[in-house]
Design a binder for this molecule. Structure first.
Ligand code: C2E
Ligand code: CA
Ligand code: CA
Length: 418
């Protein structure tokens, strides 16, 4: 079985319209057919995917050759009624063969599909055959998926917490919750691994829900704490959370359940996120802000940041991505970029949080830049949310901690002396 997926087909639809897309699909099918024998079976599987069941008489090498042929015929530019432009696409193909005894349609489809994704991952425009290595990887990923589903179902995803400090006062003004998957054997799976998994499995709202609950729980736990008692708590949210008004509902219900005002909550939306500024999204943000929830644009400066993206959303904070400040040492011009963003943000009424502060040098620059808020390993690393209060108190009471030194350096009195 061959699983053929056209590369960059979406661009055809987006740039030249669906009629052109349809034309390319029909012609692709013709071209694929020309590479096959009359005894092979070709079907369109959906969207820009084709499935080919090769005649069992074909040997394995035959399948590889046919895949190569298909890639070659699809590389030729397409012309059509849309105008003089030639459209160029390519194809990624997964190949699976199974012994007749094990040959179920589901198995073949699954293997070929997985191999096709591997072809995409390796840079597209190629064919990959499903083999024992891919099988091991598929099983590992399947295992991870099962474990992750269980983790979410049982509510066992944990929250680390990292404070955000006001540069002016040295106070903790915010606390960001960061999802943590601690496995029974003690290893920690990083979010860079499980957040994409959650997205793939459609479980991202499960993550957000657990973090909102952690926010409610922690806000209660920190009530009356001299250092953390008035801080707002920030939860990271994803584009998928916005569907059908889910986020608004979840915030309202969870905060009510914990008896916490929604005005204690900040939602962080990554800037690279595909929030299209649709009327629905904007309405939901406005409704959230009406409840008193504040909104931050996360990872600003990494994606397609533009003046427009800053202006078109009702946003309270802009979080400058850690990569901006990390580059400060190598490239002094970076400070100009950061200054521009800071100025712009203040003009449109947004406050700037600088993430990833790791050194005293960076801190000095930021003080000069008059940044409002800072977050980073220098001041405080993320720690399990339950132990944050004790951890911060410990840092404050130790005159040799970087946190104490940092604020001694900026000339700010420490707010709390234990
Ligand atoms: P983020 O939202 O930008 O979170 C900040 C990341 O920077 C965290 O990584 C934090 O541990 C790390 N960090 C903090 N201070 C420093 C520093 O001084 N230097 C450096 N190099 N890094 C620092 P983490 O916890 O691994 O999270 C990575 C990303 O995963 C987050 O980036 C966020 O996009 C995502 N994520 C984490 N938790 C959640 C969640 O509950 N929901 C969603 N949707 N995404 C999450
Ligand atoms: Ca964040
Ligand atoms: Ca960030």
């Amino acid at each position: 079985m061959l699983f053929v997926d056209l590369d960059r087909f979406k661009e055809v639809n987006d740039n030249l319209g669906h009629a052109a897309g349809d034309h390319v699909l029909v012609e692709s099918a013709e071209r694929i057919k020309s590479s096959l024998r009359s005894t092979d079976l070709l079907g369109r599987f959906g969207g820009d995917e084709f499935c080919i069941l090769l005649d069992a008489g074909g040997n394995e090498a035959g399948a590889d050759r046919i895949a190569r042929d298909i890639i070659a015929v699809l590389e030729r530019p397409f012309s059509g009624p849309w105008g003089p432009e030639l459209i160029e696409i390519s194809a990624s193909i997964g190949i699976a063969t199974v012994a007749p005894a094990e040959a179920t349609p589901e198995r073949l489809m699954l293997d070929a599909d997985f191999a096709m994704y591997e072809a995409k991952r390796l840079g597209r425009q190629r064919a990959v055959r499903f083999g024992s290595e891919l099988e091991a990887e598929m099983n590992a990923r399947l295992g991870l998926k099962t474990d992750f589903r269980r983790l979410i179902r049982d509510g066992l995803l944990q929250a680390d917490a990292q404070p955000v400090f006001s540069v002016q006062t040295g106070q903790v003004t915010g606390i960001e919750l960061l999802a943590r998957w601690r496995q029974p054997d003690g290893t920690v799976v990083p979010p860079s691994m499980f957040i994409p998994l959650a997205e793939e499995l459609g479980l991202i709202s499960g993550v957000t829900d657990l973090m909102l609950r952690a926010a409610g729980r922690q806000l209660r736990a920190w009530e009356g704490d001299p250092e953390l008692g008035t801080a707002k708590v920030a939860v990271n949210v994803s584009g998928a959370d916005l569907e059908d008004g889910w986020l608004l509902k979840a915030v309202r219900e969870t905060m009510a359940e914990f008896g916490i005002g929604p005005d204690r909550l900040i939602l962080e939306l990554t800037e690279s996120l595909d929030v299209d500024g649709s009327a629905d999204d904007v309405a939901q943000f406005n409704a959230l802000r009406k409840l008193g929830v504040q909104i931050a644009i996360d990872d600003f400066g990494t994606g397609y940041s533009s003046l427009e993206s800053l202006m078109s959303f009702p946003v309270d904070f802009v979080k400058l991505d850690a990569s901006l400040i990390a580059r400060l040492g190598d490239d002094p011009r970076q400070i100009v970029v950061m200054r521009s963003i800071t100025n712009l943000a203040s003009v449109i009424g947004q406050q700037v949080v600088v993430e990833g502060v790791e050194t005293f040098q960076q801190l000095d620059e930021l003080v000069r830049l008059e940044a409002s808020y800072i977050q980073g390993y220098l001041l405080c690393r993320p720690v399990p949310a339950e132990s944050l209060a004790a951890h911060v108190a410990g840092l404050r009471s130790d005159p040799d901690s970087d946190l104490s030194k940092a604020f001694a350096r900026t000339g700010i009195e420490q707010p709390i002396q234990n």
